[in-house]
Design a protein around this ligand. Structure first.
Ligand SMILES: [Zn+2]
Length: 108
């Protein structure tokens, strides 16, 4: 049964929730929560949730190595400019959720 919920910014809110759970998983070092993030993320995409520019926040950044849930920081040769995360992180999230590459530690 489908129910309708009024949430105009549903995609942003969804990824915001993913980021918050990722931050909690990092804070508590909880592998179960990391696995839940992958499960929820893949199921949501299968249901048509779109990726937004901040989607990658639930992963550790492959460039500046900040923890899941944390915003990127400037790194040598990888200035952030106006972005809150590195483009490589967003790209990694897309590929990992599609199953094209493995999730990085500790989501694997
Ligand atoms: Zn980064």
């Amino acid at each position: 049964m489908r129910i309708n919920v009024e949430e105009p910014r549903a995609a942003e809110r969804f990824w915001e929730g993913m980021r918050e759970v990722a931050a909690a998983a990092a804070r508590h070092q909880d592998p179960g929560l990391y696995h839940s993030i992958v499960k929820i993320g893949r199921a949501a995409l299968a249901q048509g949730v779109e990726l937004v520019p901040s989607s990658g926040l639930f992963l550790e950044c492959p460039v500046c190595e900040v923890l899941p849930g944390q915003r990127c920081v400037n790194a040598p040769r990888h200035p952030l400019q106006d972005n809150i995360l590195h483009a490589e992180r967003t790209e990694l999230a897309e590929k990992a959720l599609r199953g094209e590459v493995p999730f990085p530690h500790p989501l694997r």
